[in-house]
Design a protein around this ligand. Structure first.
Ligand SMILES: CC(C)(COP(=O)(O)OP(=O)(O)OC[C@H]1O[C@@H](n2cnc3c(N)ncnc32)[C@H](O)[C@@H]1OP(=O)(O)O)[C@@H](O)C(=O)NCCC(=O)NCCS
Length: 285
């Protein structure tokens, strides 16, 4: 029977989670890199969250009632974010990833988003080739940085937990740096109590939804970014994503003992504004 692509349902979460874990573990093991997900349970929790969240669209590939892969689209902002996309290791390289991706791109087009973005593992030649053939353009090499909290404060820069009424200033900053807002993501992070702001000269000059893999940060300058990274009580997930071309902050992190986990690639389709400030992207957005 042919492979069908259909919307993901709550009942699919366990099988999607098993495949997300297995697919990422297989490619990481093959290249001797650390695994993205520590267990199938963590991947299943993520799949459950993405399927249930109204801001995400999920699809699965199915054949004879058996799920072979899944893909997700973060629709919370004018620039949609793709991923995680995974195909069961036993069914890879026969066109299923391409179909999951094409369906997701069509969905983004139907919602008239300004652009679509994703982050891929630089060592994964297949995904880099597939995404490029589908129309994604390589924009930025990213360094995944991990380590114990730095516990560093910068003189003149005050980092504190973000409150609901900071959202306007955070969104204005993001608009200034990226040309659009990520207001839903900021609101989510403030509600979850993970968002931080940095104040300099009594003004909010930077924010982070968290310092970590599934979060993003924006600052007017590199000093704002350093203040946010230095104050983080934890670096969540496999690490935070630092644009490698930001030589100043990359050196600063390395000199303070943070470790480079791996290289990734930011790719986009449609609108992409070269950021006008300091920034850390997230894996999904
Ligand atoms: C990445 C992934 C989703 C792709 O799905 P897939 O079903 O294996 O890929 P497909 O067979 O649909 O497409 C592979 C394409 O890349 C091409 N390709 C593969 N290796 C290539 C290489 N080294 N150079 C050039 N092209 C290559 C294939 O020819 C094919 O192109 P085509 O669609 O034009 O024929 C899947 O391999 C996977 O789950 N990997 C592990 C998890 C992962 O890395 N996910 C992505 C996170 S960003």
């Amino acid at each position: 029977m042919a492979v069908a692509i259909r919307p993901a349902l709550a009942a699919d979460a366990a099988e999607c989670g098993r495949i997300i874990f297995a697919a990422f573990a297989a490619i990481a093991d093959q290249h001797n890199f650390p695994r993205d997900f520590p267990s199938a349970k963590v991947a299943t929790d993520l799949a459950s969250m993405l399927i249930a969240h109204p801001g995400f669209y999920g699809v699965v590939a199915e054949q004879d009632g058996r799920i072979l892969g899944s893909n997700f689209l973060d629709e919370r902002s004018p620039i949609a974010g793709v991923g995680p996309i995974t195909v069961d290791p036993a069914a890879q390289n026969v066109g299923i990833g391409r179909r999951l991706m094409e369906t997701t791109i069509k969905r983004a087009a139907s919602r008239k988003v300004s652009g679509v973005r994703l982050v891929q593992d630089a060592y994964h030649s297949r995904s880099l080739s597939l995404y490029t053939k589908l129309g994604f353009v390589t924009r930025e090499p990213l360094s995944v940085m991990q380590g114990p909290p730095l516990d560093i404060s910068l003189p003149g820069y005050v980092v504190r937990r973000a409150k609901a009424d900071d959202a306007g200033a955070c969104n204005a900053l993001c608009r200034h740096v990226h040309g659009f807002e990520r207001s839903d993501e900021v609101a989510d992070a403030i509600m979850r109590n993970t968002a931080m702001v940095v104040e300099h000269l009594s003004r909010i000059t930077g924010y982070a939804t968290q310092i970590g893999y599934f979060a993003h940060a924006v600052g007017e300058t590199n000093e704002d970014l350093k203040a946010l990274i230095g104050a983080a009580s934890v670096i969540a997930g496999p690490g935070f994503l630092l644009p490698t071309r930001n030589h100043n902050v990359f050196c600063w992190c390395l000199e303070r003992g943070l470790r480079l986990v791996k290289q990734q690639t930011l790719m986009t389709m449609g609108l992409y504004n070269e950021p006008a400030g300091a920034w850390l992207p997230g894996i999904l957005y």
